[in-house]
Design a protein around this ligand. Structure first.
Ligand code: SF4
Length: 231
């Protein structure tokens, strides 16, 4: 599926991974408690939104409509108002309605569990054909709900990958998805734990405006550290 890439990057990624596991712990990859349909819509609501506001927006929407079909058929302005705790509700409301309309039309119901039986590439392609579903959302649903070998690249994973040099400078988050898959093992458990621990590292140590490089246990592996502190 993915072409060969330099082993040095693979070694760096695995060295980082081992250190991250010691720092942040290793978790088992279990399907999330939410069904895949809910996960998909909640992930759309989560973009640029806190977890608390994502949940509030979903709860307000579900309490009012009570079914996916009612959301599909409801008034866009009303849906926008209900999901307002989430950022960009005026963009997300039509996305959610269009996504639901396509799924129900194509599958006969609001259910995407068939993705479990599709190869990862096909599942990714299908999910990305839905309105408002990008590679991060699609990857998240496939990994978290169906334990597929794919890894979502959120803002923290993206930043840590750029600074350490796992991906070239100025690589977009979208492109980072495929580049990181080339250097990480094709193993859902590892991809899940790399995602979770790298995200924690970005939240706690490799923060956006003030990375704590001198306290960072992977600084010997990091391009940014060598450029800033060793040159
Ligand atoms: S050394 Fe600094 S820039 Fe590199 S990963 Fe650690 S905190 Fe981030």
């Amino acid at each position: 599926m993915f072409p060969e890439i330099k082993s040095t990057l693979q070694e760096k990624a695995m060295d980082m991974y081992e250190i991250f596991l010691k720092m942040y712990g290793e978790r088992s990859l279990k399907p999330t408690r939410r069904d895949a349909m809910t996960e998909l819509i909640m992930t759309i609501l989560s973009h640029r939104t806190t977890a608390a506001n994502e949940k509030l927006a979903f709860t307000r929407m579900w309490d009012y409509y009570g079914s996916w079909e009612a959301i599909r058929d409801g008034d866009t302005a009303k849906l926008t108002e209900l999901i307002a705790p989430s950022n960009y509700p005026e963009v997300k409301a039509p996305y959610i309605k269009a996504t639901l309309a396509k799924i129900i039309e194509e599958r006969g119901e609001a259910n995407i569990d068939f993705l479990e039986n599709l190869p990862v590439d096909e599942g990714l392609r299908w999910l990305r054909s839905l309105t408002g579903v990008g590679i991060k959302t699609a990857s998240l649903v496939l990994l978290f709900n169906f334990s597929k070998a794919i890894m979502p690249v959120d803002t923290h994973v993206h930043r840590v990958s750029l600074r350490t040099g796992l991906i070239p400078p100025r690589t977009s988050a979208d492109k980072a998805h495929m580049l990181l898959l080339k250097i990480l093992p094709n193993e859902p458990h590892i991809l899940f734990n790399f995602h979770v621990t790298c995200l924690r590292h970005g939240q706690r140590i490799c923060t956006w405006n003030a990375p704590k490089c001198n306290q960072c246990p992977i600084n010997h592996l990091c391009d940014y550290y060598h450029q800033v502190y060793k040159s």
